[in-house]
Ligand binder design. Structure first.
Ligand code: 8NA
Ligand code: MG
Ligand code: MG
Length: 345
């Protein structure tokens, strides 16, 4: 479809759920042979599978809250979104949340709470979380707001409800920007896509909070820009090993070690690759490659799935995969509502 077509919205939201559900199998695994990844993915075609047999985790649980809040409020409302996060956690605490964020979710359910951003600020001795929990649920912001400045602003605020460290919320901004650009068809020109992300993040990371967090954590002055340059360097190489991707970009639960990685997975899989089945479409390649990196596989595949889904559209996603993943059909329906909201504003 053309820029911001319904197919791209559906691809983005369904792609994210698929990544989470399919990636859960390997979460935390150090090394994942491609053989195992393909066996897992092939098993989704079995008749015995289906009916949402693969459950979604915190990534999708929180993204659903973001979607419902944006739709119900027809825009960003921090009180409403915070309430939904807290409610979701109290109803289903066993979705594999990060060990720190649980404290925030418990505090957010207190009726006495006056500032919904305060619990996040209190995390990790006041430094705030740099986990990828803000980024993993950032895609819906790109699907609700057509304006780039709104995408940046609200993705940041939405993440700050749980992640007050700049290395946490800036990861969410980057992920939302990647989905936004992909939705416009920007991945047709991969070099311009990555350059555009760097330009945007130069501005995003130009503030004092970023500078001081980076200094404390001994990272480059603009940590995400630094990683995006590494993505660009890896794109220019004719051959890249899994080990190299992990050592250059990471595969962990920090936003800095997973959002640029997810972006690389999408870029790397824009064309057919040896080791990946020839009959796979682009989104399938992206999923398989993301899982083969190991580490935080559900979250990296979830983020890569959103960006790739916005590029390839819903038609490239196998029905059998959708049937296996809990919440994928809900995501498909919600994508249509977000598409309407987006084109209203
Ligand atoms: P979070 O805010 O609890 O952060 C995740 C973890 O990152 C924390 O538990 C800490 O270990 C570490 N961390 C974050 N900020 C700091 C800091 N300032 N100082 C020291 N350590 C810090 O939760 P989240 O929502 O960011 O977590 C998201 C991830 O956890 C997702 O991958 C999600 O799926 C989940 N998860 C991951 C795994 C895994 O093995 N990869 C397993 C279960 C759950
Ligand atoms: Mg998860
Ligand atoms: Mg995870």
């Amino acid at each position: 479809g053309g820029p911001a077509s319904l197919s791209r919205f559906r691809g983005a939201l369904v792609g994210a759920v698929l990544g989470d559900c399919v990636g859960g199998e390997f979460e935390g695994a150090e090394e994942v042979p491609m053989e195992n990844v393909l066996r897992h993915l092939n098993s989704l075609d079995d008749d015995t599978k289906g009916d949402g047999i693969l459950e979604y985790s915190d990534d999708t649980a929180m993204a659903r809250c973001v979607v419902q809040s944006l739709l119900t409020r027809a825009g960003f409302d921090e009180q409403d979104m915070a309430r939904r996060f807290a409610k979701e956690y109290s109803v289903s605490p066993g979705r594999g949340y990060g060990s720190g964020v649980i404290q925030v979710l418990k505090k957010l359910s207190s009726p006495q709470l006056s500032d919904v951003f305060q619990p996040a600020r209190d995390q990790f001795n006041g430094r705030g979380s740099f986990g990828n929990g803000g980024a993993m649920r950032a895609a819906p912001f790109a699907l609700a707001f057509p304006d780039l400045a709104d995408v940046k602003r609200f993705a940041r605020l939405g993440a700050m409800l749980t992640h007050s460290c700049s290395l946490g919320y800036n990861g969410a901004v980057l992920q939302a920007l990647a989905v936004h650009l992909s939705l416009q068809g920007a991945l047709d020109l991969p070099q311009q896509f990555i350059s555009r992300l760097i330009t945007e993040m130069e501005e995003v990371e130009g503030d004092e909070a970023t500078r001081s967090d980076a200094r404390v954590l001994k990272e480059a002055e603009k940590p995400f820009c630094d990683r995006l340059h590494r993505v660009k360097d890896l794109m220019d190489k004719s051959k890249v090993s899994i080990e190299e991707v992990i050592s250059e970009l990471g595969n962990g639960i920090a936003a800095l070690h997973s959002v640029p990685t997810a972006i690389f997975c999408v870029l790397h899989c824009l064309q057919p690759r040896e080791n990946l089945p020839e009959n796979y479409g682009g989104l399938q390649r992206t999923m398989a490659y993301s899982l083969a990196l190991g580490g935080d596989t559900d979250t990296i595949a979830c983020m890569a799935g959103a960006i790739a889904g916005a590029h390839y559209g819903i038609e490239t996603i196998p029905q059998t995969w959708i049937k296996c993943c809990e919440g994928a059909e809900d995501a498909d329906a919600n994508a249509e509502h977000l598409h309407t909201l987006y084109h209203q504003s």
